[in-house]
Design a protein around this ligand. Structure first.
Ligand code: FAD
Length: 492
């Protein structure tokens, strides 16, 4: 308890990261305030994970109902093409976001967390001031022993792209689904671009991807990305350009004037093509929302891209490289792992540290998922990364790769969703799990057996006798474990 401060902990920004930190701090007996400048729940609840999953759920129903093979095999007769109401789908996303926002707000209130409204900035090591422009009734200043910065991120829009929010837009606008273009260009083939292409194609739009790197889905395991390309791209009204950047994007007028996109070769920088499409979604990553925090008051400088530098305890590091006492930064604002559950895991770790129990998030055991149909998920290293590490450390002969396919999985077959594969990289001598990658039905749920095992430091030897309910997609995991060839001499 710190009588000299208003609170034990102030959390700046109440997205999923800040919310998770606040709840854990209450559990640890701390007196907590959160300061939020916009909406409780942040990006994830209001403009990210949550509404996007509503659009994906609705559009996937439409996709299934329009799939003749699916209908026939399951014995369903529709007598005509399934139609949908765009506005109703959009409302589902908006309503879901407000339901979840309400849940978060109530959980904070019921635990006695003080919710302060306003845009906050540091005014010293233990003080924060907050307010809203043009509002004299909102704001003030408060002190705390510890402070967590959890201010998240906003869409990153590269130079040359003019966003009008109507025909050229980011995920912020796309989630509102105000209209449906016939043809949309999506710039960037990361998970946000892929999820939206899943939605758009299910609803009958054509998609053109523009990707700067040589391959679609950079960052994913190469083999999985290749299969994903077959399942998520080739069978759908999608074409793609790789190795090109959208150097200039000019908005149009819906139904009147097309959006113009100039394509430039990534290496030669020469203009190679021009596209004319109805709309353009810019999904080129996210930028930290950290300016205006007055970090200079604690001698801290963000990196070139605006991320707040932290050590592995999530303590903010100042310009001399030393941790600033009592100041933490979690979630998208530090750029370590820009996913919702990583933000809250970091928030919990930061609170543990301020309570004297040092805790470090093992990011290699944090799962990631792309909620397309089928879903793509992974944890740990890709095959390329595992191979590179093994070669560098001289144990390349001990690297094992186990693979299995969903086409033998009864549950997936029953649901007519048996396209997919799973692979695992492991050490044959110790049974250490290095990485697992999946594309297939419910793979975002199914990855947890491995991420939890990795988080606990369990080896394949520990998983060998796990029992999985039959028939479930989790039996894919059992196959993956069974196919792993461990050295006979291994302790595993
Ligand atoms: P945020 O959620 O961005 O919250 C930060 C909060 O801080 C905001 O509410 C903001 O208003 C507030 N704030 C900022 N500055 C201040 C200030 N100075 N004073 C007061 N308040 C301030 N992740 C997943 O794990 N799964 C998904 O399926 C997924 N889907 C996504 C889909 C889309 C379309 C997008 C855009 C993102 C998605 N993400 C997903 C990523 C996820 O949304 C982020 O990783 C997550 O929201 C980060 O949480 P955070 O708490 O760090 O920041």
């Amino acid at each position: 308890g710190g009588e000299q401060y208003d609170y034990d902990l102030i959390v700046i920004g109440c997205g999923v990261g800040g919310h998770g930190a606040a709840l854990h701090a209450v559990d640890c007996g701390l007196k907590v305030a959160v300061i939020e400048g916009h909406d409780i729940g942040g990006t994830c609840v209001n403009r990210g994970c949550v509404p996007s999953k509503a659009l994906l759920a609705a559009s996937n129903e439409v996709r299934k109902l329009r799939n003749d093979h699916h209908q026939k095999t399951l014995g369903i007769q529709l007598n005509g093409v399934a139609t949908f109401d765009r506005q109703a789908i959009a409302d589902h996303a908006t309503n879901l976001a407000s339901t979840v926002q309400g849940n978060l707000q109530r959980s904070l209130e019921s635990l006695g967390v003080t919710i302060l409204k306003g845009q906050a900035k540091l005014t010293g090591p233990h003080t924060v001031s907050y307010g809203l422009p043009g509002r004299v009734d909102v704001g003030g200043s408060a002190t705390a022993k510890d402070i967590i910065i959890a201010t998240g991120s906003v869409p990153f829009v590269p130079g040359g792209i003019e966003v009008d929010g109507k025909t050229v837009f980011t995920s912020d606008h796309a989630l509102k689904m105000e209209w449906l273009p016939n043809w949309i260009a999506i710039i960037g083939s990361g998970y946000i671009g892929l999820e939206f292409s899943d939605v758009y194609t299910a609803l009958g739009c054509e998609v053109t991807f523009v990707e700067a790197l040589p391959n679609m889905m950079p960052g994913f395991d190469r083999e999985i990305a290749k299969l994903a390309q077959r399942l998520l791209i080739n069978g759908r009204p999608i074409d793609f350009h790789t190795n090109v950047i959208a150097s200039k994007v000019t908005p149009g007028v819906p139904g009147v004037k097309p959006v113009k996109i100039e394509l430039t070769d990534f290496s030669t920088k020469e203009v190679v093509d021009e596209l004319e499409v109805d709309a353009c979604l810019v999904a080129t990553g996210r930028a930290p929302y950290t300016n205006g925090l007055n970090l200079a008051s604690v001698n801290v400088q963000t990196d070139r891209r605006g991320f707040v530098p932290v050590n592995d305890k999530m303590q903010v590091v100042d310009t001399s490289g030393k941790a600033v006492p009592n100041l933490y930064c979690i979630g998208d604002a530090n750029g370590k792992y820009m996913l919702a559950h990583a933000a809250s895991a970091q928030g919990i770790a930061a609170v543990e540290c301020m309570c004297g129990r040092d805790r470090v998030v093992n990011h290699m055991a944090v799962p990631a998922a792309c909620f397309t149909h089928p879903e793509v998920s992974f944890v740990g290293m890709t095959e390329d990364a595992a191979r590179e590490k093994a070669e560098k450390e001289g144990w390349a002969d001990k690297l094992g790769v186990s693979k299995t396919y969903y086409k033998a999985n009864s549950k997936s077959l029953a649901e007519l969703e048996s396209d997919g594969m799973a692979k695992m990289m492991y050490r044959k001598d110790t049974g250490e799990i290095l990485g697992v990658h999946m594309i297939g039905l419910h793979s975002a749920d199914n990855i947890h057996e491995f991420s939890n095992a990795m988080n606990m430091g369990q080896t394949l030897g520990d998983l060998k006798f796990n029992v999985h309910a039959h028939p479930t997609v989790a039996e894919v995991n059992e196959e993956l474990i069974r196919h792993a060839q461990l050295d006979k001499t291994a302790a595993a």
